[in-house]
Design a protein around this ligand. Structure first.
Ligand code: ATP
Ligand code: MG
Length: 334
């Protein structure tokens, strides 16, 4: 199937700082693609460049075959943007807001009314259409924001963290709307989030971003397979020569290594971050497994036989959150 979006070496710089640092990915027509990453990863900046909100410092992108720089008017017709921050007029009704956005796209008369009715229905706000937006809950405002991005029937919709600060009911409604837009209207969707459960649920393929770069990109299934049967973290006073090799050769263990030095959070430190404190010098060994339970038994048997004391233990399940932790040494959420 053809690609609706092709991004090549996209860069956004502010002075010397690269907010987006050579990002490359493609989205197929009809795909829901996830952009996952912690605060400041560069998700919004990436989307902002693709939707003409900010100018790229470098790189290229094509949307529906059109170049985002030289064919901006064509690109604008294809794109729909639901920004991270609400962009609504609070003192007028939901319908009046949507009329306003529709007119920006050149809609009027009967067409405009039909489109507005349609998007109000999609986000489940038909019966609140004529109430002023300031009387809405946070979740309802988000839903109007989504409707505003849909009113011109885009082929490619960018949803930037649409569920932040949203109640569970609205959240479900947003999920269902996204799934229906994709299934029933073949809308292609780029969905950013730092909630891995959302991305696991909605997207087939995901790019994981950190510090302006894509650190991994694959199907959710393949990304999770990176962790195999899960990862075990054990804290030891010291790691003697040969221990990592010995642990790596135990049944059900794929590989043992010293945990990412960047990451103090790996030990899930209950202790204060006090360097002088005994115990803070422990070394965390990361054990990638085929099967975490089986590996755990073997690892503990091996360490027990040699009187090696385990100071801390953590078992990471195979999910996107832990794939991110494994790849970057950082947690997705602050
Ligand atoms: N106008 C600007 N001037 C300078 N730096 C900026 C500007 N806009 C964004 N940045 C920086 O670019 C980086 C990426 O920001 P971006 O908003 O894309 O992150 P994000 O992945 O969307 O994060 P979040 O999950 O918090 O929304 C951040 O370090 C941010 O401070
Ligand atoms: Mg953002």
């Amino acid at each position: 199937m053809a690609n609706i979006l092709e991004v090549e070496n996209l860069v956004k710089k502010y002075g010397d700082f690269a907010a987006v640092d050579g990002v490359e990915f493609t989205v197929e027509e009809g795909e829901v693609f996830g952009l996952l990453g912690p605060n400041g990863a560069g998700k919004t900046q990436t989307i902002s460049m693709l939707t003409g909100v900010v100018e790229p410092s470098g790189g290229k992108a094509r949307i529906g075959g059109y170049d985002i720089k030289t064919q901006a008017p064509e690109v604008k017709k294809i794109n729909g943007l639901v920004p991270q921050d609400l962009a609504l007029y609070p003192t007028i009704s939901a319908r009046a807001n949507l009329n306003f956005f529709g007119r920006i796209y050149g809609l009027h008369g009967k067409d405009l009314k039909e489109r507005v009715d349609d998007v109000l229905h999609i986000v489940g706000l038909t019966d609140r259409a004529d109430d002023t937006v300031e009387t809405f809950s946070g979740g309802m405002k988000r839903r109007v924001n989504i409707a505003a991005g849909l009113v011109h029937h885009p082929r490619l919709l960018f949803l930037d963290e649409p569920t932040v600060g949203v109640d569970p009911q609205s959240r479900n409604y947003i999920f269902e709307s996204v799934q229906r837009l994709n299934r029933e209207r073949q809308m292609s969707i780029v969905y950013t989030s730092h909630y891995m459960e959302e991305v696991e649920l909605l997207c087939k393929r995901v790019a994981i971003m950190d510090q302006g770069k894509i650190v991994a990109m694959d199907t959710v299934k393949n990304l999770i397979a990176i962790l195999g049967g899960g990862v075990i973290l054990i804290g030891l006073d010291e790691v003697e020569d040969g221990l990592l090799v010995a642990l790596s050769s135990l049944p059900a263990v794929r590989q043992a290594s010293i945990a990412h030095p960047l990451d103090d959070q790996l030990t899930e430190s209950e202790e204060e971050p006090d360097v002088d404190k005994p115990g803070s010098s422990e070394t965390v060994v990361k054990i990638e497994t085929e099967n975490s339970q089986e590996a755990l038994v073997n690892v503990f048997a091996y360490l027990n036989d040699r009187d090696i004391v385990v100071r801390s233990l953590e078992i990471l399940e195979s999910n996107l959150e832990n794939v991110f932790l494994h790849l970057t040494g950082k947690k997705l959420r602050d």
